[in-house]
Design a binder for this molecule. Structure first.
Ligand code: BGC
Length: 736
């Protein structure tokens, strides 16, 4: 009763203020009107303040107008633990533990856009609960070399695959009022010298290989923000780069969001003002550890920018453009009152993480351990006495380290825990090797006698075991899968190759499970019967690994990048040091458009495990493809259907891959390029059709002379495969 009275008295006041609500606060007004209204109320000082950080992960709103600050967080595999206001230390909060989702390489290996959308949605819900407006991810830098320390945060070597997966991640996230920040635009394809290396490459490589996934993120995903890369591109830092930001991103692609620097990626006020940067973050740090006495007023887009604006050295229009974008981002996120509250570490989020793990794990090899036996996987525990798990990665927290993607998960199921729960009382463990602690800038050295004794212990136990599951790979230490440095060798580290060989010598029933974000050298591959690529799978890693090894989940992941036999077989490395890693100042992408499988195919250098490869516990037979026509015109299309039958005895999923090759062209073209895929769920004995529509766009190359995409009439081939080398049917067709 009392409350009703108060409300009744307050009502006239509320209505009066609602009528006077300024346009920028009116959620029913069109967003562009709100932007213009807010802009018109702001002082020069307030506008400049918006263009740079005020803390490590916050940028100012307009306090006087009630426009809130923007809060950002890494990204891209979960919401990072809270960082101090103005240094890189963790704030030590007890309410910032979250779900760690699988790394983006694992997501890419699912070849499942619906799972990518679920990923974006679940991550956004966690971001909302943690009160974040902008999530710093996903990353779509193309996998160029297996030595890049940050490949685990990206979606592989193919621009089409990365593009298909990045779009639903963004929409799944932004539907919740949380902005994606696609990174690192562009050509940050190695960590060595990332702050200054100058990348030179052809227009074709730029437009055909390195930009398409970003373009999809902007044009189809409508990403609200994008992060500039640390490196230089054609002589200019990527964070204020006239070609990449003004011309391509904003003019050609019509990007209406905010360009955010990588942390410390701005280097010049004039360039930052003129060449497309909107928000400067983290200046004077290396993005990982170093701090300085500079205040945010000293940022390039702070006082120095205001001086240039006041003296007329750079036009006011540059500032208004930046602030419009920042306001737009703010209205879409922080000031969106209709967004949900979010939640963290829920059963639903764990289910998403587990499902992505289940579908991302790639079965690389599955042979019998004896000449007449069955394939080793899935494991039938009744056939063995003890099952021995060996390896540091079976128990390691692989969310610690790695750089900015480091996470503080609420729960972790390690592979060992997953297997022990599955087969209680049956599993033994030996560490086998050790990797040391994750630290920035340096790595622990493991003394030889420690390595020897761990190996000997594991080999002794393996001799007595019925089956050995080795869980190794890389980790998030410096010089492994870690930001700020590249891997220094292609081989597995910490004596693992020797350990694997010795385990195999004493026990033929050996399953190798690799947790990595990169391809590794496998000189032992021919000797080991079963090899599983299980990436970094986050909180529920051990569940997904146990699901696949036991067969409760039939593996369906396919490699999103090639695993070369030798490092020299990789295109970037083939051309020597100027190609990778460069001479410390400059670098030339000499392999041009022939990246990944495009190189292996065209140069006839087979990969050990090719792009698109991944086995199943069942078998699939591809029927004869049926095409709606055998020729098309420049505005036509051809629809192709392929029946696929599950000829085994288990439910399974098969990703049918569609590649197109141009038989004769006036320019160099790869033998074939991925242009479509269809992931089918097929019951035993059933047949399901994969479909694909060939459009003229799928036939085009980038023509630098006309700065446009061109399809040359003539003969083409459609390759339909279970991987980039396991081609089950080809279909010639013609563009008239
Ligand atoms: C990384 C970014 C990250 C940023 C903020 C930089 O070192 O390159 O990917 O978002 O730090 O942590």
């Amino acid at each position: 009763m009392k409350y009703q009275l108060i409300i009744a008295m307050a009502l006239p006041l509320l209505t009066a203020s609602a009528a006077e609500l300024p346009v920028y606060l009116d959620e029913n007004a069109p967003i562009e009107q709100r932007v213009e209204d807010a802009l018109s109320r702001m002082t020069l000082r307030e506008k400049v303040a918006m263009c740079h950080a005020e803390g490590k992960f916050a940028s100012p709103g307009v306090a006087r107008l009630g426009i809130p600050d923007l809060w950002m967080s890494d990204g891209p595999h979960g919401v990072r633990a809270e960082i101090n206001w103005n240094d890189w230390g963790y704030a030590g909060r007890t309410n910032d533990s979250i779900t760690a989702f699988p790394a983006l390489t694992a997501l890419a290996a699912t070849w499942n856009p619906a799972l990518s959308e679920a990923y974006g949605n679940a991550l956004a819900e966690e971001a909302l609960y943690r009160e974040k407006d902008v999530m710093l991810g996903p990353g779509v830098n193309i996998y160029r070399t297996p030595l890049n320390g940050r490949n685990f945060e990206y979606m592989g070597e193919d621009p089409y695959l990365a593009g298909e997966l990045v779009v639903p991640y963004i929409t799944g996230m932004q539907d919740n009022g949380v902005a994606a920040c696609v990174k690192h635009y562009a050509l940050n394809n190695q960590e060595l010298w990332r702050g200054h290396i100058n990348v030179e490459l052809s227009d074709r490589a730029l437009h055909e290989i390195y930009l398409p996934a970003f373009k999809r993120a902007v044009e189809d995903g409508k990403s609200w923000s994008i992060m500039g890369a640390y490196n230089k591109v054609r002589g200019q830092h990527a964070c204020h780069n006239e070609l990449l930001l003004n011309k391509i991103l904003k003019d050609d692609w019509g990007f209406d969001g905010v360009v955010i620097t990588d942390w410390g990626g701005a280097h010049d006020t004039r360039e930052a003002a003129l060449y497309g940067l909107d928000l400067e973050m983290g200046s004077f740090t290396n993005g990982l550890t170093s701090e300085s006495e500079f205040t945010t007023d000293d940022y390039y887009l702070a006082n120095p920018y205001q001086k240039m604006l006041e003296s007329g050295e750079v036009p006011m229009s540059t500032l208004d453009d930046k602030v419009r974008r920042l306001l737009r981002l703010n209205f879409r996120t922080a000031m969106n009152r209709r967004k949900p509250y979010g939640s963290v570490a829920t059963p639903a989020h764990y289910a998403v993480a587990e499902e992505i793990g289940n579908e991302g794990i790639v079965l690389l090899k599955n042979a019998p351990s004896t000449p007449k036996g069955q394939p080793l996987l899935p494991i039938d525990p009744s056939r063995y006495g003890k099952i021995l798990v060996v390896g540091d990665n079976a128990t390691r927290n692989l969310m610690a380290g790695g750089g900015s993607s480091e996470l503080k998960p609420k729960d972790i199921v390690t592979p060992l825990a997953g297997l022990e729960t599955l087969w209680p009382g049956k599993v033994e463990y030996a560490r086998g090797y050790m990797a040391g602690r994750p630290m920035y800038g340096h790595a622990d050295v493991i003394p030889a006698h420690v390595e020897d004794s761990l190996r000997r212990q594991a080999v002794d136990m393996a001799r007595e075991a019925g089956l050995v599951i080795f869980v190794g790979g890389l980790n998030k230490n410096h010089f492994q899968d870690c930001e700020g440095g590249d891997r220094q060798e292609f081989a597995l580290p910490f004596g693992q190759p020797k350990l694997i060989e010795e385990l195999r010598a004493v026990n033929p029933n050996l399953v190798v499970v690799l947790l990595t974000g990169n391809a590794v050298e496998m000189p032992w591959a021919d000797k080991v019967p079963a090899i599983v690529q299980a990436w970094y799978l986050g909180s529920m890693a051990g569940k997904s690994v146990a699901n696949v090894l036991s067969g409760s989940v039939n593996p369906s992941g396919k490699l999103p990048f090639s695993f070369p036999r030798r490092l020299e077989d990789n295109a970037a490395h083939h051309f020597g040091t100027l190609s990778y890693p460069g001479d410390s100042i400059n670098q030339e992408y000499k392999e041009d458009i022939l990246v990944g499988y495009r190189w292996h195919d065209t140069k006839k250098i087979p990969a050990l495990y090719p792009f698109g490869h991944g086995l199943s516990y069942t078998t699939f037979e591809y029927g004869k493809p049926v095409a709606s026509a055998r020729s098309m015109t420049a505005d036509g299309s051809i629809t192709v259907r392929v029946p696929v039958t599950n000829t085994g005895s288990r439910d399974g999923k098969e990703t049918v891959q569609f590649y197109i090759g141009d038989d004769k062209a006036s320019v160099i073209r790869p033998v074939k390029e991925l242009k479509g895929f269809d992931k089918l769920s097929i019951a035993p004995g059933a047949t399901v059709e994969a479909t694909f529509t060939i459009t003229p766009d799928a036939l085009k190359f980038y023509d630098p002379a006309s700065a446009s995409w061109v399809a040359e009439p003539g003969k083409f081939k459609l390759y339909i495969g279970s991987s980039s080398t396991d081609i089950r049917a080809t279909l010639p067709f013609e563009l008239k």
